[in-house]
Ligand binder design. Structure first.
Ligand SMILES: CC(C)(COP(=O)(O)OP(=O)(O)OC[C@H]1O[C@@H](n2cnc3c(N)ncnc32)[C@H](O)[C@@H]1OP(=O)(O)O)[C@@H](O)C(=O)NCCC(=O)NCCS
Length: 174
């Protein structure tokens, strides 16, 4: 049985535990030290940090995390550039940024990804939620976000990506 847990902070030990599932999903950093130094140690310290975990007994089978996005951060600054001034001023700055969501391959298709997104984003104080994902609308992640009320608001940073936004409360995005 899977249980969802939300944390508002995470220490180094938790990051190392998270690495086991992160690496099984993304495989984009050579080892935990590199991921920790380049990603986790910065992200976990950002204001508004929130982590959702899907626990199955002693194992972690999925995770999602994000934080408050602000000017001066790499993603917010580059999203401002690609979205253009009008969309950027409507959406960026003080938004909640979903950085990552992943479920172990063998645990997919059982509602864990949806549960993680709900746990991560429910009752946030932010008025705008943002994420970046593939431009392929048939991708499982895109389908998950679309069915959860996220809408494409513009191109992403780099090829074959889009930025999606969601207004908590379900009002349609402009
Ligand atoms: C995206 C991901 C987190 C979904 O996790 P999951 O636990 O399998 O998702 P769920 O079982 O909760 O399914 C939720 C919805 O996602 C969509 N979905 C999930 N798997 C799908 C698949 N294989 N094909 C099409 N849509 C799929 C469906 O809309 C589904 O809703 P439904 O079951 O009512 O049809 C998982 O596939 C994953 O970890 N992918 C690799 C990492 C990734 O791409 N992360 C996002 C980066 S932006």
């Amino acid at each position: 049985m899977v249980q969802f847990r939300v944390e508002e902070s995470a220490d180094e030990e938790q990051g190392r535990w998270l690495w086991s599932v992160y690496a099984s999903v993304f495989d984009d950093y050579a080892n935990v030290e590199t991921w920790y130094e380049k990603v986790w140690d910065t992200h976990r310290r950002r204001p508004g940090f929130r982590l959702a975990c899907a626990d199955a007994g002693d194992d972690i089978v999925g995770f999602a995390y994000g934080y408050t996005g602000r000017p001066g951060q790499w993603w917010t600054d580059n999203a401002t550039r690609v979205l253009g001034p009008e969309t950027a001023s409507a959406w960026l700055g003080g938004h909640f940024e979903v950085v990552s969501v992943g479920v172990r391959p063998e645990a997919r298709g059982r509602g864990i990804g949806r549960g993680l997104m709900q746990a991560l984003t429910s009752e946030l104080p932010h008025t705008k939620l943002l994420l970046m994902t593939t431009s392929d609308p048939s991708d499982p992640a895109r389908r998950l976000y679309a069915s959860d009320g996220w809408q494409v608001i513009g191109p992403g940073i780099g090829n074959d990506t889009v930025i999606m936004g969601k207004l908590p409360g379900g009002a349609p995005s402009a």
